[in-house]
Every structure is written in structure tokens, then in C-alpha cells.
Design a protein around this ligand. Structure first.
Ligand code: G6P
Length: 464
């Protein structure tokens, strides 16, 4: 069995129980912990002399480095998070393009390849993660690295009409063809990529389903990332102070809880969600004082302007809702920017009557799966899920909503809170079947099995 070398922009050696920022960290961490190997990438620090550091925890070597200020600004803050992230999430209105940032992005990819190269063994399997590192394989090939290299995109792949907004879209997507396998969260993402390759650059779909473009032959596949359902349930059960997680009325009766947990990001539909909750309290006043909404939204990328704007907007929305609707003994919305221990979160999920997961766009959204997996099978809560989360493809027994439809979401909240036990159980069981069928081990094993099964680095003659 060859050694696994994982590369992602952010390496997050999660201390047991501490929540990581986003689904990638949770997924990669659990996957690597099982198989062992190297996790290589940025340690989150910005300083003048980026030194490599190795820390071994269990069977995983975390090899990390800092970025200098220019690299951080151009590669991370600039092209990755002010160009690619908004465009891949269909927010062309929030995107900007700057050629120097793009060049910085390419430069940092090449620099990371040079730092990784001395650590590699010839039979290592290299698994690259996410939009920060699209050109990584091309830089590897240029540098003479001949290992198998796979790529997994954790975020959506947008329709060709959207992606062509990126000025160097051709040059950028050409680099994806240097992987042996490119994996997506959903078939819809894979098809969008295939559409781009066949229509924009006149690539061909081969008989075995592989693609040939820019003189290179490579494979694509769909690998929905999942959770480890038994671990989630165990964590939820292990949180003993669960009583403190939910509010009580002055008469001692427990309030019903609606819960959401997201990185503070404009793709998550938080403003629309707050407004839908306010509309719910307005239109269905019988729920007032009997329900509370807990939104946990740890901040991220706070030096990117669009994130500062969304944060201000949310603070104003939250203040408005509580100012207008609160009472001396009732706060309808709890809005917290602090990150929380995973045990606390899973405990909270298991106690909450409703999981309210309504992104405007999301690659997968593991919170949706975690919420379901944390439920008590004898008395499960209800998941309200945006049709624009990758998870909606599998969790079709959730209450599926359109996050742009404020009243539709308010009605879904009312319906969820009134849903009879038999229907809740039925939906829960369907969703658990899907969650078990595509759990985290399946995600890792299927991707790596497919990557192993293809011939390495098949360049074809006619380089375009
Ligand atoms: C999303 C992305 C990940 C990223 C995470 C946290 O889940 O898909 O690639 O690591 O957000 O974002 P950050 O910018 O803080 O690393």
C-alpha cells in the first residue's frame, strides 16, 4: 500500500474535540488519521521567513510552513478568496480580478511543489484538495514528479457561463488536466466541468468515460464527502451538560431550538436565514416565546473586504430581530461568532428540534449530515436544507427549501416544528440510509481506489 500525501492550503491538526474551520479540515483529518501519511500545507501564519515545520501526531506527519505577506495577499486573500471563491459560488458580483494576484497564486503553487518534492517517495499517492491548489499537478509535472496525483474540489464547480468570467479561465482549467483523477462533490459539478472541457476547449469524452483535452487524458468522478455517523452520535451522547444547551421558559418548560452552524461566509445565506426566521415569528406568532434560534458562525477570512461587509450586515440584522422581538425573559435569536468544541456542537444538534441549513451555494455542507447523524433515532429532529447545498442530492428526505424564498423558509420552520413523530422518523431513516451509504470512509476509499486503478500520467501525442 503506497503512502498517502495530502496537500491542502490550510493544515489543521485538530486537537481532539476542537472544531475545525470548514468541512475540508474535518474530512481530511478523519481520512488521514485512519490511513496515516503526510499532511502538507500552510500553517495559517504570515511572516518574513517561512520555515518548514514537522509535527508528528499518531501516524500523521503534519508538515507546514508560513507564507510571506506578499504570497498571503496575492495567493490566499487575493486570487483564492476574492476571485475563485466568489465565482465558484456564483457570486460574480462579489468577485474581483487582479493579474498580479493570479501570478502570485501560480507562484505559490510552484513554490509549494518545490518544498514538498524532497519529502516524496516514488510510490507515494498525492491527493490535492481544493481551489487554492488547482495548478499543483502541473507544477509537479514540470518539476519531474511522476507520482499518481488526484485532486478533489470541495466547493461547487460552476456552469461554464460563470467560470469564463475569470480572465485566465483557459490557462487555469488547463492545469486541472494534469491530474490523473479530478473528483467532485456532485454529478452536477462534474457535468459542469465536463461541459466546460467539451464545449469551451473542444475536449473529448473517451469510451471509458475519461476526458482528453489539451493533449492530456485524465479521469473525473463524483465522491460526495461524508461523516462518520457512529462518531457523531457518540460525540453527541458524550456531552453530559446538554441541559445547558437549550433555553427554558419562566414556567420551566423547555423551548424548542432551531440550530445552524456555519463559517461566517456570504455563500451560507445567513442574512436570508435571519430574515426568514423573523418572517416566521411574524407570520406564525403562536411560536413566539416557545422557540429560539441559535446561529453559531465563527468568523473567517476577516481581512477580505466582502467578509467584513457580510459581518456588519449580520450584526445589524441580528440586532434588529432581537431589538424588535425580544422580551425581558426571551431572546429569539442567539448569534455567536465563537467557535465551539465539536462535542458541544453535536450535543446541541442532538437536542435541537430543527437543523436550519440554507446556504445559497455549498459544495456539500457536512453540518447537514452531522445534524442528522446526531439525532436520537426514537425522537429525531427535522433538517431544513437548501436545494443549493451538495448534500441535498443525497438528503432528499429533508425539508428542501429555496434560500431565496423568505416566506417558503418561514413556512418550512412552522412545518418542521409541528411535524408528527412518525413523519420525522421516516425522513430521518431515509436520510440515515444515505449518510451511511456515503460515509467518510467511502469517500476516501472510493477516491483512492479509483486513483490507484488508472495508469499514471497519460499524456497523448497531440499537445494542443
Ligand atoms: C472551506 C474551503 C476549505 C477551507 C475552509 C476554511 O471549507 O472549502 O478549503 O479550508 O473553507 O477556510 P479558510 O480560508 O479559513 O481556510
Amino acid at each position: 500500500m503506497s503512502r498517502l500525501v495530502v496537500v491542502s492550503n490550510r493544515v489543521a491538526p485538530i486537537k481532539e474535540g476542537k472544531i475545525a474551520a470548514g468541512g475540508l479540515a474535518v474530512g481530511v483529518y478523519d481520512a488521514l488519521r485512519q490511513s496515516g501519511g503526510i499532511w502538507f500545507g500552510w500553517n495559517g501564519e504570515v511572516n518574513k521567513n517561512p520555515q518548514m515545520r514537522t509535527e508528528t501526531v499518531g501516524n500523521v506527519d503534519y508538515v507546514t510552513m508560513a507564507l510571506n505577506k506578499t504570497d498571503y495577499d496575492q495567493y490566499y486573500r487575493g486570487f483564492s478568496n476574492a476571485t475563485l471563491w466568489p465565482i465558484f459560488h456564483y457570486r460574480v458580483d462579489l468577485a474581483r480580478y487582479n493579474r498580479e494576484e493570479y501570478e502570485g497564486y501560480r507562484r505559490v503553487n510552484a513554490m509549494m511543489v518545490e518544498k514538498l518534492k524532497p519529502l516524496l517517495r516514488p510510490d507515494d499517492t498525492i491527493w490535492i484538495h481544493d481551489y487554492h491548489l488547482i495548478p499543483f499537478a502541473e507544477a509537479c509535472r514540470m518539476s519531474g514528479i511522476r507520482n499518481r496525483i488526484g485532486f478533489f474540489l470541495h466547493i461547487p464547480f460552476p456552469a461554464p457561463g460563470i467560470i469564463t468570467v475569470i480572465p485566465p479561465h483557459n490557462e487555469l482549467l488547463k492545469t486541472l488536466c494534469y491530474y490523473d483523477l479530478v473528483g467532485f462533490q456532485t454529478e452536477c459539478d462534474r457535468l459542469a466541468f465536463q461541459d466546460y472541457i467539451t464545449r469551451e476547449v473542444r475536449g473529448v469524452i473517451e469510451r471509458d468515460g475519461s476526458l482528453t483535452a489539451y493533449g492530456r487524458n485524465f479521469h473525473t468522478g463524483v465522491y460526495p464527502i461524508g461523516v462518520v455517523p457512529d462518531n457523531v452520535r457518540q460525540l453527541a451522547n458524550s456531552y453530559r451538560e446538554r441541559r445547558h444547551l437549550v433555553g427554558y421558559n419562566s414556567d420551566g418548560r423547555r423551548r424548542k431550538t432551531i440550530v445552524s452552524v456555519d463559517r461566517l461566509d456570504y455563500s451560507k445565506g445567513l442574512v436570508e436565514r435571519f430574515r426568514a426566521y423573523a418572517a416566521f415569528l411574524e407570520n406564525f406568532p403562536e411560536h413566539r416565546r416557545k422557540v429560539e434560534f441559535i446561529q453559531i458562525a465563527p468568523t473567517s477570512r476577516s481581512d477580505v473586504k466582502t467578509y467584513q461587509t457580510i459581518r456588519r450586515q449580520l450584526e445589524s440584522e441580528a440586532g434588529h430581530i432581537n431589538g424588535r422581538l425580544s422580551d425581558l425573559d426571551w431572546t429569539p435569536l442567539h448569534y455567536l461568532n465563537k467557535s465551539h468544541d465539536r462535542r458541544v456542537l453535536m450535543g446541541l444538534f442532538s437536542r435541537a428540534e430543527v437543523g436550519f441549513v440554507t446556504p445559497l451555494r455549498d459544495g456539500m455542507n457536512l453540518v447537514a449530515k452531522e445534524y442528522v447523524a446526531a439525532q436520537n433515532p426514537d425522537d429525531p429532529g427535522v433538517l431544513i436544507l437548501s436545494r443549493f447545498a451538495g448534500a441535498a442530492q443525497e438528503l432528499s428526505s429533508a425539508l428542501i427549501v429555496n434560500p431565496y424564498d423568505c416566506i417558503g423558509m418561514a413556512e418550512a420552520l412552522d412545518r418542521a416544528l409541528r411535524m408528527p413523530l412518525a413523519e420525522r422518523k421516516d425522513r430521518y431513516e431515509h436520510m440515515m440510509q444515505a449518510i451511511r451509504a456515503a460515509d467518510l470512509d467511502t469517500w476516501r476509499d472510493d477516491f483512492l481506489r479509483d486513483l490507484q486503478s488508472f495508469t499514471i500520467h497519460q499524456a497523448v501525442e497531440a499537445e494542443k
